[in-house]
Ligand binder design. Sequence first.
Ligand code: CMP
Length: 140
Amino acid sequence: MALQRTFSIIKPDATKRNLTGKIVAKFEEAGLRVVASKRIHLSKAQAGEFYAVHAERPFYDELCEFMASAPIVAQVLEGEDAIAKNREVMGATNPADAAPGTIRAEFAESVGENSVHGSDAPETAAVEIAYFFSGLELVG
Ligand code: CMP
């Protein structure tokens, strides 16, 4: 497997609790390299655009409110098999199902406030990276 890039968000529940460094350490310990990073405060409309694929879900409005409730840290992670590796390090969406030692098992508060987002496929990674970063901002 060649080097791959994936997109990650450290969510408001984690930035509010000052967990950014602890979460980045988990990525780095797993062999993922941060090749782009920015801390930003999304508007609810921007959060809605990013999560448009979930627009029909019952939790969509709550998700957009939450993602706009405090700063996030948007990042691009690079490594061997980075998409799968990042999903492994994050753990299951619902922290109640997340394996011990994963980010969500250790830090997430609920299925909604689950500390991190990660791309689920190469196509979504490309779209999500381009939503937040220009090519010039990706520095391997
Ligand atoms: P994420 O990986 O960012 O992708 C979509 C997000 O929707 C997910 O993480 C959760 O934060 C959120 N989500 C998924 N299921 C639920 C749910 N049942 N209730 C509230 N939020 C949810």
